[in-house]
Design a protein around this ligand. Sequence first.
Ligand SMILES: NC(=O)c1ccc[n+]([C@@H]2O[C@H](COP(=O)([O-])OP(=O)(O)OC[C@H]3O[C@@H](n4cnc5c(N)ncnc54)[C@H](O)[C@@H]3O)[C@@H](O)[C@H]2O)c1
Length: 371
Amino acid sequence: MIIGVPKEIKNNENRVALTPAGVAEFRKNGHPVYIQSTAGVGSGFEDSEYEKAGATILPTIEAVYEIAEMIVKVKEPITSEYALIKENQLLFTYFHFASSEPLTHAMIERNAVCLAYETVEKADRSLPLLVPMSEVAGRMAIQEGAKYLEKPMGGRGILLGGVAGVKPANVLILGGGIVGTQAAKMATGLGANVTIVDVNLNRLRYLEDVLPANADTVMSNEYNIRQLVSQSDLIVGAVLIPGAKAPHLITRDMLSLMKKGTVLVDVAVDQGGCIETCTPTTHENPTYEIDGIVHYCVANMPGAVPYTSTLALTNATLPYAIQLANKGWQQACTQNEELKKGLNVVNGKIVYKAVADAWGLTYTPLEEVLN
Ligand SMILES: NC(=O)c1ccc[n+]([C@@H]2O[C@H](COP(=O)([O-])OP(=O)(O)OC[C@H]3O[C@@H](n4cnc5c(N)ncnc54)[C@H](O)[C@@H]3O)[C@@H](O)[C@H]2O)c1
């Protein structure tokens, strides 16, 4: 199968869908790979590295879409790419169809086969192509939090780990899933006092077992959170209720209970945020202040560390991409339930119910397109 990797053109997107190591893997399996010139530079990979691994560099995005049977990307195609997509072309990337009606209609019209990273799902219901970005964001939350706790950055001027004779900072983490666990690992490693709240008692039991002694677990409820916010220096929002808006665990009135210069990092901002006063910000302008409390609410945190994010993402996507190339999408999806769940739009039909429901469009059961 002919593989094409265009350069990401969405604003500030520096990730790339394939590393030179990924190219070598496709070549080993007998597939030609075409990479758009400079597609990897934002993540630290030069054209020459791709060539060495066996790829052919093409000068334009048009040339990549023209030649490829499977396009491997990071972000959903943007408007200027729609017309480049060919009938029956397989697109393997993040789509997030339920948040863009124009994209959904465009992909239906292009008669393409759209396999979305975000809906590839394992039997235990985990989402293997979303996990790596949660891992990155969770670890980054502490790095960013520590930075904004510095006085010149607006914070209260406290060092996360303290020093001999001076207490470390208190870090409160709301939600002990992927993001929360990674944040806890980083914060405990730096020597902070960490408290994680979650509603899932089994999850709290697990965290209690695996985290070091400077991490405590507490049941998530309003009473406990009210008590904890007044003692916290850094609060990380990492709550997720799948398919729903995040609940506001920190309400506006709780800001008055906090110390001036407390830093809030709401990682869950992409699902509406679990801190009422959080609204999405960008890497150009990541923070704002309300009542002396610093808010960091960047909706695409992994975008700031494209090297790590690209490697983390491609480690997870590559095995699926190789299956698609080796078997073709029909056979690969028939044999692999995880990949099958990734199919969203196939040759003009919506085969993922939540996407059809989101826009009031007709849903076609997958079985009708998989034979
Ligand atoms: N901003 C970014 O760049 C970025 C990057 C990656 C992920 N995210 C977002 O981070 C959020 C967390 O993702 P995740 O992968 O860790 O999800 P996850 O499903 O692994 O974890 C969510 C946790 O929240 C807990 N929870 C649910 N309701 C709760 C409540 N009322 N109180 C306390 N805990 C509660 C769940 O029990 C679960 O343990 C998501 O919204 C995700 O989209 C944002």
